[in-house]
Design a protein around this ligand. Sequence first.
Ligand code: OKP
Ligand code: ZN
Length: 360
Amino acid sequence: MQVIQSPLQAGHEVPFEVARGRPIPPYEVSARVASILAALADDERFSLRAPDGFGPEPIVAVHEPRLLRYLERAWKEWRQVGTTVEAIVPDTILLPGLRDGMGTAPEPESPSGRVGYWCFDTMTAIVEGTYPAARAAVEVALTAARLVADGEPLAYGLCRPPGHHAGRAMFGGYCYLNNAAIAAEWLVRRTGGPVAVLDLDVHHGNGTQQIFYEREDVLYVSLHADPATTFPYFAGYASETGSGRGRGATLNLPLPPGAGDEDYGLALEQALDRIDGSTPGPVVVSLGLDTYEEDPIGPLRLTAGAFRPIAARVAALDRPLVVLQEGGYHVPTLGRNVRSWLLGAAGVPDEPERGIAGAD
Ligand code: OKP
Ligand code: ZN
């Protein structure tokens, strides 16, 4: 199986995230990629390769062009105003209520104003390497999509930073550009047919849902921890089912905190039934391993042994799979869990797991 990865992705390393009012060490770190690469190394079933270039067109097909321009310029802009900044984080965020009844606000001119116009939280800092990494993650996703469009049954894009919280005109949740949505839209245009997105990250992919909410040709199906108590809080409820022509083309399956393998398996069957009943086309999998029981921020409790059978069930859809990395923050076991998932998706029979340094 082809594994697409770029060295630019390690250049994005934020110094902190602000959570519950405090700066804390970030969860979304480049050591996550190292963990995954170590687990896939020296195994001929995985062939690593670099992404191809696709340019900005597939990005602005799903994102507001001014968001891409903002991300491209943000770091330089802060340096030009002479501010010493370790990382760009908003302090004043455009909550819709601020403009209630007054129409839209213009994009501010000052760097402090601008970041709060585009970013919805305090956990998604911008540093010098952020834009190159985010662009590389998109190329990784698109290269995986192209391989699948050209006939591979399965390809894995090791995207970092993740993407599924980034919406048409906003970013947040450790995400800057929506890798999965960009790949899905590219596939729709390339194949002329429908595409499904199966979001298995523990957090609801509010950005992906938003981008395709009124679309009937991109089915969005997500299993995630209940947003009533888990980030992103403001989207991912079961009542959200799409609108306009997209009515019925969004399916949210929220799970209570603490849910384990069995509850998850039941919800997965519902998710797969919905995809199975849709017109055949490729499936983009937003793969988060933050459903794992030891994940420091995910409230679900999947065991390590669950990932391979979950992936085998997804593969039983018998549709081409573009698997893209989203979250997963227990670094010591992240690579092992990704590897189990990918082997399950590839239909490799069960085998004793190799030991992972530091994990056992
Ligand atoms: C990105 B992806 C941690 C609170 C949660 C944001 C989570 C973003 C997850 N202090 N912070 O869906 O894995
Ligand atoms: Zn997540």
